[in-house]
Design a binder for this molecule. Structure first.
Ligand code: ADP
Length: 199
């Protein structure tokens, strides 16, 4: 089984490209989705409540991810420490789930697996992949796309500051997919890489 890791800036189109690879026959691990699942774990929520209190839960007792994000992505030393604590809580579980899924796919005749993990390099997952694909789109386009999902420039800045620079991500890549145009053009790039892999 060949594992392809997707890297790129926030809103660059990693999930979009992952879906395109899946249409061609790949399987996918979605680390964002796994992160959301892990935040539902009882022990994680108990530790989170002990640390941040009731303010990160809504009236129905549901964890308010937007509120938590505001705390951990606050651009200050205090915010940095809160993010470290969140990582300390969730990353062992996320790592475990990703390893479980890799094992599951490798045992089930999967030939190509896409690892779509926004913090792939930051969490050193590059050691577990065979190739890295960088999804490229200029910041202005990324911002416009995520603004449609309700994000603000401030939120983009705050999160981007906690990640490796775009230049370092691009530099680490074996392949670069330009996703600044329309989806058909991106699909053409994805197909070219797919053909290369199959050869
Ligand atoms: P990432 O996973 O890197 O954060 P997404 O794949 O979620 O990025 O893409 C961010 C947003 O931009 C999504 O709403 C997606 O539908 C949209 N998008 C991605 N690629 C394109 C494209 N080539 N043209 C137009 N919209 C796009």
């Amino acid at each position: 089984m060949l594992i392809l890791g997707l890297i790129g800036g926030i809103g660059s189109g990693k999930s979009t490209v992952a879906e395109m690879f899946c249409r061609l026959g790949a399987e996918r691990i979605d680390a964002d989705q796994i992160g959301h699942e892990v935040l539902q774990y009882h022990d994680v929520q108990t530790a989170a409540r002990n640390h941040w209190g009731d303010r990160i839960f809504d009236a129905n007792g549901k964890l308010n991810r937007k509120m938590l994000a505001q705390i951990v992505f606050e651009p200050s030393e205090a915010g940095h420490l809160e993010l470290s604590f969140l990582n300390f809580l969730v990353h062992p579980h996320i790592t475990q789930k990703i390893e479980d899924q890799i094992r599951h796919f490798s045992e089930s005749q999967c030939h190509y697996l896409i690892l779509d993990a926004p913090l792939l390099l930051e969490q050193h997952w590059e050691q577990r992949v065979n190739s890295l694909v960088f999804v490229d789109a200029p910041r202005s386009i990324r911002l416009a796309r995520i603004q449609k999902r309700g994000w603000t420039q401030t939120e983009l800045d705050a999160r981007e500051q906690t990640q490796l620079s775009i230049e370092k991500k691009r530099h680490a890549a074996d392949w670069i997919i330009n996703n600044s145009g329309n989806l058909d053009e991106t699909l053409d790039h994805v197909k070219k890489i797919w053909q290369n892999l199959e050869n």
